[in-house]
Design a binder for this molecule. Structure first.
Ligand code: AMP
Length: 192
């Protein structure tokens, strides 16, 4: 049982890493980006609203994001723990998560931060744009997403670092070795 978060700039490979790390700990990987994309695909009311922000690389407003996550965490598979991917991205979202966990008498075990150099991030995202055709992977939108990460999400990383639960993992290199390093860091934190 583990309650984890994975953070990292867009293009850092956090989605892929989240899948592998979550499988190791036998917990669901919960990606707010994937939840939004599923809503956009089904053209739900939430999806139509969220899509307007996503296409421009902007954050979906906190209120929408927080209530969607609250619903997802209420599903039974999240009782045994989870790995959040792409949430929290703002300081407001940290507080909302703290409240959700406190209401369940749960707490976060660790926050994994993947670090990758900016130039490499842009290259990776442009490549992903070609492969997956994501509508938010154009150069202007990529720059905006990186800027938001710096301005809005770095403070989230700092907050978790101050709590003493941040595990920084080098996100460049082979997928397998990054996964192994992240798992080893989490296991050490869980044991300690
Ligand atoms: P991701 O797949 O994590 O890169 O997320 C794709 C897009 O979904 C982001 O660029 C945002 O528009 C939106 N999104 C995902 N998670 C959040 C969040 N926690 N807060 C606000 N917007 C989010």
């Amino acid at each position: 049982m583990a309650r984890l978060i994975i953070m990292g700039p867009p293009g850092s490979g956090k989605g892929t890493q989240a899948e592998h790390i979550a499988r190791h700990f036998n917990i669901p990987a919960i990606s707010t980006g994937d939840l939004f994309r599923a809503h956009v695909g089904k053209q739900t009311e939430l999806g139509i609203e969220a899509g307007k922000y996503m296409d421009n690389g902007e954050f979906v407003p906190d209120s929408i994001t927080i209530s969607m996550l609250r619903e997802r965490l209420a599903e039974p598979d999240a009782n045994a723990g989870c790995l959040l991917d792409g949430y929290p991205r703002t300081v407001i979202q940290i507080g909302a998560l703290d409240e959700m966990l406190a209401a369940r008498r749960e707490q976060l075990d660790a926050v994994i931060e993947l670090t990758v150099a900016d130039e490499e991030l842009v290259d990776r995202m442009l490549r992903r744009a070609k492969e997956q055709g994501r509508s938010d992977d154009t150069e202007t939108v990529i720059q905006r997403r990186l800027e938001l990460y710096r301005d809005e999400t770095r403070p989230v990383v700092t907050a978790y670092s101050q709590r003493g639960i941040l595990l920084t993992v080098d996100g460049s290199g082979e997928r397998e070795s990054i996964t192994a390093a992240a798992i080893a860091a989490v296991e050490k934190a869980l044991a300690g």
